[in-house]
Design a protein around this ligand. Structure first.
Ligand code: PLP
Length: 394
C-alpha cells in the first residue's frame, strides 16, 4: 500500500493549475490571442538585465567546480553574509549570516519552517484569503490550520483572530502584499497582531511564532511601507523569495531569516536546518544563490503591473464589479456578482476568461485575477468582462 494522502495530492491538481491547463487546451482550439488566461502568478516582465549579466559573469569567471557544486546545507557563507548586510542596511534588523538559511524559494521556506516549528496536533493560524499551499504544507506535518476571517476591506478581522488563538496555537502565517487579494496589511494591523500575540504568549507560557511569507515585498505600487516583521516581533521568521522581485520563479531561490532576538533563536535555526535536511533539500541551487547575492535590491520593471492594475481595476469598477483596490502583488480579488464563484468562473469561460474561484483561498464568493500578463491581453479582455457582468445582471 502506498501513501494514499500523497496519491490524492498528486492526482488532484490545484484549481489554479486546473484552469491553467484548460487555458492551454483552449489556446490550441481558438488561438492564443483569443484566450484571456488570468489563472497563474507567473511574472510577465523579464528579469532585470543584471541577472543575465551576473549569470554570464559567474559562468565565465567563477570557479566552475565551486559554482556547480554543493554549498553548505544552509547556503554559501558569502551569500548569507551579503544578505545579512543587505537586511541590516535596508531594514535595520541585525540578522547575521548564521540566522539565514538559503531555500529553493518561499514554498520550500514555508514547508521547512512549518516542519521546524510545529509538531502533531499544533495549530497554525492563517488569514483568509490565503495561499492554498499553506494547508498542504501544514497537513503533511499533522498540523491543523485555523483560518481567520477577513474584514470587508480584506485586512484581517482581529476580533476573529483573538477568538481563534488557543493554547495549541504554535504559529501564525502572514502574507503581505497578499496573494490572492493584493492587499498590504497596514502598520497598525501588524502592530495589533504582534501585541495580541505577545499577550497570548504570556497567558499560555509558550512562544507563538509569526512566519512572514514575503514573495511580493517589492511589488508595491503606492508609497506604502511594508512593515519588516523582525522589527516588530521577536518570535518571527521571514520566508523571502526572489521569484517575483527578480522574475526568476523557475530558478527556485529564496531564504529564511530567523530573528536573532527570538528567545530560543539557535534552537529554531537548528530546527530549520534539520527540517531542510529531513525534507531532502540538501542545499539551494548554488549558481542562483550567487546570482541572488549579487542582485540584492534589484527589482524587475514592475511599472507594467501597475499599468495593468489601474487598467483592470478601473474598467471592472465601471462595469459594476465589486473589488478592493490592490496596493501590491499582481492580483485583483473580485467579489462575484453571483454567489457561487465556481459557477461564475464557468460562465467566464464562455468568454474565454480564465479566472480562479477563491474557495480554496478560504474566500468563497470571490475570484482571483492574476494580472501579471501583457497589457494588450488586459485591453483585449475588457469587452469580455463587460459582457460577463451584463450576463450576470440579467
Ligand atoms: N507564497 C505565496 C503567497 C505565493 O504566492 C507563492 C507563489 O506564488 C509562494 C509562496 C511560493 O513562491 P516561490 O516561487 O518563492 O516558492
Amino acid at each position: 500500500m502506498i501513501n494514499e494522502a500523497m496519491k490524492e495530492l498528486g492526482n488532484k491538481r490545484s484549481i489554479i493549475r486546473e484552469i491553467f491547463e484548460y487555458s492551454k487546451q483552449r489556446e490550441k482550439i481558438v488561438g492564443k490571442e483569443n484566450v484571456f488566461n488570468f489563472s497563474i502568478g507567473n511574472p510577465s516582465v523579464p528579469a532585470p538585465e543584471i541577472v543575465n549579466k551576473t549569470i554570464a559573469d559567474l559562468a565565465h569567471n567563477f570557479n566552475s567546480i565551486e559554482l556547480h557544486g554543493y554549498t553548505s546545507a544552509q547556503g554559501d557563507i558569502e551569500v548569507r553574509s551579503a544578505i545579512s548586510q543587505y537586511i541590516k542596511n535596508q531594514y535595520g534588523a541585525d540578522v547575521s549570516a548564521s540566522h539565514i538559511y538559503m531555500t529553493t524559494g518561499a514554498a520550500a521556506g514555508l514547508a521547512i519552517s512549518f516542519k521546524a516549528l510545529c509538531v502533531n496536533d499544533d495549530e497554525m493560524i492563517i488569514f483568509a484569503p490565503y495561499f492554498p499551499e499553506y494547508r498542504v504544507f501544514a497537513s503533511v506535518n499533522g498540523v491543523k490550520t485555523v483560518s481567520v476571517n477577513p474584514l470587508e476591506n480584506l485586512q484581517p478581522d482581529l476580533e476573529d483572530f483573538k477568538a481563534k488563538i488557543s493554547p495549541k496555537t504554535k504559529a501564525v502565517v502572514i502574507n503581505s502584499p497578499n496573494n490572492p487579494s493584493g492587499v498590504i496589511y497596514t502598520q497598525e494591523t501588524i502592530k495589533d497582531i504582534c501585541s495580541i500575540l505577545t499577550q497570548k504568549q504570556k497567558e499560555y507560557g509558550h512562544p507563538i511564532y509569526i512566519i512572514s511569507d514575503e514573495p511580493y515585498r517589492e511589488l508595491v505600487y503606492e508609497d506604502i511601507n511594508v512593515p519588516y516583521i523582525l522589527n516588530y516581533y521577536n518570535n518571527a521568521l521571514i520566508c523571502y523569495s526572489f521569484s517575483k522581485s527578480l522574475s526568476i520563479p523557475g530558478e527556485r531561490i529564496g531564504y529564511i531569516a530567523v530573528n536573532p532576538n527570538m528567545e530560543n533563536c539557535n534552537d529554531v535555526y537548528a530546527a530549520v536546518c534539520g527540517a531542510g535536511r529531513a525534507l531532502g533539500y540538501v542545499c539551494a541551487p548554488s549558481l542562483f544563490q550567487r546570482v541572488a547575492a549579487k542582485c540584492l535590491g534589484e527589482v524587475a520593471d514592475t511599472s507594467i503591473y501597475k499599468t495593468n492594475r489601474d487598467l483592470l481595476y478601473n474598467a471592472l469598477k465601471e462595469y459594476g464589479y465589486d473589488c478592493v483596490y490592490p496596493d501590491g502583488a499582481f492580483y485583483l480579488f473580485v467579489k462575484t456578482p453571483i454567489a457561487d464563484a465556481g459557477q461564475f468562473c464557468e460562465k467566464a469561460k464562455k468568454y474565454e476568461l480564465m479566472l480562479v474561484p477563491a474557495d480554496s483561498f478560504g474566500a468563497p464568493g470571490y475570484v482571483r485575477i492574476a494580472y501579471c500578463v501583457t497589457t494588450q491581453q488586459i485591453e483585449r479582455s475588457l469587452p469580455a468582462f463587460k459582457k460577463l457582468a451584463q450576463e450576470c445582471r440579467q
